[in-house]
Design a protein around this ligand. Structure first.
Ligand SMILES: NC(=O)c1ccc[n+]([C@@H]2O[C@H](COP(=O)([O-])OP(=O)(O)OC[C@H]3O[C@@H](n4cnc5c(N)ncnc54)[C@H](O)[C@@H]3O)[C@@H](O)[C@H]2O)c1
Length: 478
């Protein structure tokens, strides 16, 4: 979801929509779901995106330096995320788009084909990916951004056709499907990168390698928490004139246009918000803690939406247990459908400090040094964290309650000075294409994507079972 990625979807949709004027009907419709300021901010954003796209289109494809081997790429799934990935790939030198495949030939397919052509990529358009694989013999890589329940079949067939594959998360909506993908990558000898893009984000890499690995700023991590709460949003729709004929919808596993547009909420197609949003962040818990979870318990349900159109839980509150070499860790995660306040982040708490990190610039990353921890001067001098923000000493306020002498002094806040100026997905795609050229190792190969899927898919099971479920080490082994 732009959801996951609300920002991403907004960007993709904004770009697709171009400089559309917002009329009164839009305003009234918008006012019922978003604050007025947000709506006008959104209008500005749309306009800005359009201007950027127009300026970039005039520039033509990102030019590859002479010695860079050109990679022939196809996009399979040209929806909101397909557009976001395309925008990021258009900034990466040395890629040549050859084909776009999407079953929504009336809308998404046309939109992405047109945007690639604006950048002087002469792509062929397909509805059926098998026809694309048959005809586009020179393809080196396929980037997959179809709904989760198609990932396994699409990735397996592309790998079997000797293409390298970048496949969006969640790797698959079933573990069986994810296992088939790992097997196909191994058998084909081709690369399979799963789209957990934070694994290539310089901010996350810096925190993992320098702050936790080298400087060990947090001391012993005891608890983790994280969230991604979303505002209530209307279902996605489509104008009648762009509707996909029923026979084609059925052929590709959708019962109607509503399900086609809102597949995330349907059992057998997606996994609801915990899979859509939580998968990114639960993946970070495991990565930073260095072990897979041992247990999970969760509570959730359809607290807000109509279960007829939202089969998956709109609210999930989850606790994972991890047995790390340093000791046990409890990790809480929540995704709720209410409003989007406080955004999304992960928070790691140790006995010497706390790391608050997010993909979003709203939180970016901050570390808090407990007053009992050794000084961090070395790490400030090395530039790993900024000097602490000096805490404000408040004037004595006669009307305020008298501070208890036993109250903890809040830890110093240090910022993590790493800013990603590229689109969020660009470093992960760059890592994939570097690996295709033999110049890097994948940051999220199939095995890691699989481990992540094991942890995440179990949450929905735990909600349903209403009990604490265990993982065995074998569950993660493939
Ligand atoms: N990494 C991230 O931050 C991130 C963000 C958003 C979405 N995603 C993932 O990207 C994927 C796509 O999500 P989305 O938001 O773009 O969904 P979407 O519904 O907007 O787009 C899916 C597209 O796939 C097409 N499609 C469906 N079945 C197909 C088939 N069999 N063959 C060819 N095309 C087919 C649809 O026509 C549609 O254009 C999902 O797996 C989602 O989890 C990842």
């Amino acid at each position: 979801m732009a959801g996951e990625d609300d920002k991403d979807k907004v960007a993709a949709q904004a770009k697709a929509a171009g400089p559309k004027k917002i009329d009164r009907r839009d305003v009234l419709k918008g006012l019922s779901t978003v604050p007025a300021l947000g709506l006008f901010g959104y209008a500005w954003y749309k306009q800005h995106q359009y201007q950027q796209a127009t300026a970039q289109a005039a520039a033509g494809p990102a030019v590859a330096p002479g010695d860079l081997q050109e990679i022939n790429v196809a996009l399979l799934g040209a929806g909101a995320q397909g557009q976001v990935l395309t925008d990021a790939m258009l900034r990466i030198p040395g890629l040549r788009f050859r084909a776009v495949c999407d079953i929504w030939t009336e809308y998404n397919q046309k939109r992405v084909v047109n945007s690639m052509r604006k950048f002087k990529h002469e792509v062929n358009a397909y509805e059926d990916y098998r026809e694309m694989l048959d005809k586009e013999k020179e393809l080196d890589a396929v980037v997959i951004a179809t709904p989760d329940f198609w990932h396994s079949q699409h990735a397996v067939d592309c790998l079997k056709a000797a293409k390298h594959v970048y496949c969006e998360k969640e790797m698959s909506n079933t573990l069986e499907g994810a296992r088939a993908m790992v097997a196909a990558a191994r058998e084909s000898g081709k690369l399979l990168q799963i789209g957990h893009q934070r694994r290539s984000n310089p901010r996350y890499l810096h925190c993992y390698q320098k702050l936790l690995g080298e400087a060990k700023l947090l001391g012993r991590i005891v608890t983790v928490s994280g969230q991604w709460n979303r505002a209530v949003t209307p279902d996605l729709g489509a104008p009648d004139r762009y509707a996909i004929p029923e026979a084609r919808l059925k052929q590709y596993g959708f019962k109607d246009m509503h399900q086609f547009r809102n597949w995330r909420w349907y059992k057998g197609l997606g996994g609801g918000p915990i899979v859509d949003l939580g998968s990114h962040q639960i993946d970070i818990y495991t990565w930073f803690l260095g072990v897979n979870p041992s247990h999970v318990m969760a509570s959730g349900g359809q607290l807000y939406y109509d279960p007829k159109t939202h089969e998956w839980y709109d609210t999930a509150m989850v606790v994972f247990d991890y047995d790390t070499p340093a000791g046990p860790v409890k990790a809480y995660y929540q995704t709720q459908t209410t409003n989007g306040s406080l955004g999304y982040f992960e928070n790691f708490m140790g006995d010497q400090g706390t790391l608050l990190i997010s993909e979003s610039e709203v939180h970016a990353a901050k570390v808090y040094r407990d007053t009992n921890a050794p000084a961090w001067d070395t790490w400030v001098q090395k530039g790993y964290v900024t000097a602490p923000k000096i805490q404000e000493v408040k004037e004595k306020d006669e009307s305020a309650a008298v501070m208890d002498v036993r109250e903890s002094v809040s830890p110093d806040e240090h910022k993590v000075p790493i800013v990603l100026r590229d689109p969020y997905h660009q470093p992960h795609l760059q890592n994939f294409f570097d690996a295709v050229r033999g110049k890097a190792k994948l940051n999220c190969p199939a095995e890691i994507g699989y481990e992540s899927a094991v942890s995440v898919l179990k949450v929905n099971e735990a909600i349903e079972a209403k009990s604490r479920l265990s993982f065995t080490p074998e569950d993660f082994h493939i």
